[in-house]
Every structure is written in structure tokens, then in C-alpha cells.
Design a protein around this ligand. Structure first.
Ligand SMILES: Cc1cc2nc3c(=O)[nH]c(=O)nc-3n(C[C@H](O)[C@H](O)[C@H](O)COP(=O)(O)O)c2cc1C
Length: 319
């Protein structure tokens, strides 16, 4: 298998909204092209494709980390052809490189990272860790706001409002049903076994099976030590969200490498008024892309893995 094929396969581990994995790869020689798959956009919560682009950006970053950790340099061209908006990036192999330790640590975290929707312990996330993650996100072309303790209530209200509005929307309920009841051969979607039952939380998490039964309990911990961060940017163009997704991947992989658990929360950015409230948390300096909960996991069972699509359905190698 060529390094680009290996990288595209590794990118299958990337997180994506409702585990839609809305990307496709086409590999020709030393060139890999990443495409968005618009048929996998979740219309009710993502009419503009922001969450789709964040997901594809995460896949792009995963692929680059895999290449770099494997000793390959990669030149990336983002949104290279405005006439083909679904072509999100071109990765060309360059010379051989010696991977830096940070890349190697992120690469080791690629297969370990999982979205952990259970509650995190009272142990706070250290300030130096949050500073490190903020710098990493900035280096990847986005920004990170660490939600202050006095802002957590507003984050909780925004999320609660968004969740309520979405559950009132029949189109959302249909999308949620679709992506939580996928037949196993599709290798996508969020299986109820990986979802957590709604319980009182500092900031509520998405209820993936309203009225049904999710597989996991939040646990005895209460998220008291959890840190909530808002990934944001100063633009709202496709390139901004693609880069935002790359920054999200860097954040999640480094946090995982450092022993933290992570869980993206996008409800509040999906609905107009809650999104506006989140903007207020940033004092209006940017556009909120996504919230991430970070924390120390409580001891417990390992999380069941979330499925992934068959690489043959996602990666085309042109001989
Ligand atoms: C853009 C984006 C939005 C997401 N929003 C949520 C969310 O609101 N709630 C949640 O529990 N998980 C959310 N996730 C996590 C996905 O559900 C998760 O990545 C996917 O199910 C694959 O599982 P894994 O992360 O464990 O590999 C989001 C991920 C991305 C990339």
C-alpha cells in the first residue's frame, strides 16, 4: 500500500458529525485529492455544510499526521479549484522527513481517540494543558476560547435551548433516527451503544435516542473538572471551516495523547439564537465553530468503538 493510501485509510478514524464520514479520496501517483460528499450532509442541522467541512478538515489533518509520522513530507493545497467546490484539498508527497515528537504523539493517538460522552471527574484540566492546546489550535489556523467558570451557565443554557429547538423539529428527529439506526454494513452513524442516557450535567450532551435507550450511563462523576472550549475563527468561508476542522483534529489528538478524554458538542452552533449567545461568550470577536468538552475520564469500561466505512467505498486509487 502506498503512503497516501495508508494515510487515507488512517483518516477514516477522524471524528465527524453524527459519524457521517462525509468525505472521499482519489489517489493518483503522488497526489491525493480529498472531496466532500454532499450526500452525507445532515440537512436539518447543517444547511450550509459547516459541520461537514469541519469533519472533512479533521480527516485532512488525520491524513497529514499519518503521512508526517510515517516520514513523508506533504504539501497541502486547500480549496484548490473554486470551480469544483467539493474538491477540498490536494495533498502531494514531497521529500522524506524526520517526524517531530509532537507529530509522533498525535499519530499514536489516532486510533485511541474516541468521543467520550460520559461525565468526567472532578480533577481539573491543568491551565498549562489548555494553553498548549490553544497554541496548537492557533498554529492550525483557528482560535480557542476557554469558557470561564462564570460563562458555563450561559453555555449550558445555549446548549439546552438548541437541543430543545432541534427536538421540536420533525426534520431533525428524522435525521437523528436515520443516523442512529444504520444497518451495520454501512459502517457509519452513531450506534445507541456509544450514546449516553440524558442525566443532569453541567452542560447537557446531545440526546441521540430521545425516548429510546442509549447504551451508556454518564457515570458517578459530574463533569466538575471538565473544561469547555469554543473553537472559533474570524471567517465563515469554506476554507475557514476546513482549517477549523484541522485545528479540531489537532486539539483532540493532542488532548488524547496527554491522557484527556474529549467530546465535541455542536448543538449550540446549529441553531440561530444559541449560536448568537455563544458569539457573546467570545465577546463578538469571532464565529463559534464548535464546543469541545475536555476532562479526566472516570475509571470504567473502555468505550465501544464507533464503526467506520469500508475504505473501498471511500478511497479510489487511479492506476
Ligand atoms: C463537527 C462535529 C460535530 C459533532 N457534534 C457532536 C455533538 O453535538 N454531540 C456528540 O456527542 N458528538 C458530536 N461529535 C462527535 C461525533 O459524533 C463522533 O466523532 C462520531 O460519532 C465518531 O465517533 P468517535 O469520535 O468516537 O470516533 C461531533 C463531531 C464533529 C466532527
Amino acid at each position: 500500500m502506498t503512503p497516501l493510501e495508508t494515510a487515507a485509510r488512517t483518516a477514516q478514524h477522524a471524528p465527524s458529525v453524527l459519524n457521517t464520514q462525509p468525505w472521499a479520496w482519489r489517489i493518483t501517483g503522488d497526489l491525493a485529492e480529498l472531496f466532500a460528499d454532499p450526500d452525507r450532509r445532515v440537512e436539518s442541522i447543517d444547511p450550509d455544510g459547516r459541520l461537514l467541512l469541519l469533519s472533512c478538515g479533521a480527516a485532512l489533518h488525520h491524513a497529514c499526521i499519518a503521512l508526517n509520522a510515517g516520514g513523508w513530507g506533504a504539501a497541502v493545497e486547500r480549496i484548490p479549484d473554486p470551480a469544483r467546490p467539493d474538491l477540498l484539498a490536494r495533498i502531494r508527497l514531497t521529500s522524506e522527513i524526520t517526524p517531530d515528537p509532537e507529530t509522533q504523539r498525535m499519530s499514536a493517538a489516532l486510533c485511541l481517540r474516541r468521543t467520550d460522552r460520559r461525565a468526567f471527574t472532578d480533577q481539573p484540566v491543568a491551565d498549562h494543558e489548555l494553553t498548549k492546546l490553544r497554541r496548537l489550535v492557533e498554529a492550525a489556523g483557528a482560535y480557542l476560547h476557554v469558557v470561564r467558570p462564570d460563562q458555563v451557565a450561559m453555555l449550558a443554557i445555549s446548549t439546552e435551548l438548541a437541543a430543545g429547538a432541534e427536538l421540536d423539529d420533525p426534520a431533525y428527529r428524522a435525521d437523528l433516527r436515520r443516523w442512529t439506526s444504520r444497518p451495520s454494513f454501512t459502517g457509519d452513524g452513531v450506534p445507541p451503544a456509544t450514546a449516553v442516557r440524558p442525566e443532569l450535567r453541567r452542560v447537557p450532551i446531545r440526546d441521540f435516542v430521545p425516548g429510546g435507550s442509549a447504551g451508556l450511563r454518564a457515570g458517578a462523576a459530574h463533569d466538575a473538572g471538565a473544561a469547555y472550549v469554543v473553537l472559533f475563527g474570524d471567517g465563515a468561508q469554506p476554507l475557514d471551516f476546513l482549517r477549523g476542522g484541522e485545528a479540531l483534529s489537532a486539539l483532540l489528538l493532542m488532548a488524547t495523547a496527554d491522557g484527556l478524554s474529549t467530546a465535541p458538542l455542536s448543538d449550540a452552533v446549529e441553531v440561530g439564537w444559541p449560536h448568537h449567545l455563544l458569539r457573546g461568550l467570545l465577546s463578538g470577536i469571532g464565529d463559534p465553530y464548535l464546543v469541545v468538552r475536555l476532562g479526566h475520564p472516570a475509571p470504567g469500561e473502555p468505550l465501544p468503538p464507533t464503526p467506520r466505512r469500508d475504505p473501498r467505498d471511500v478511497i479510489t486509487v487511479v492506476q
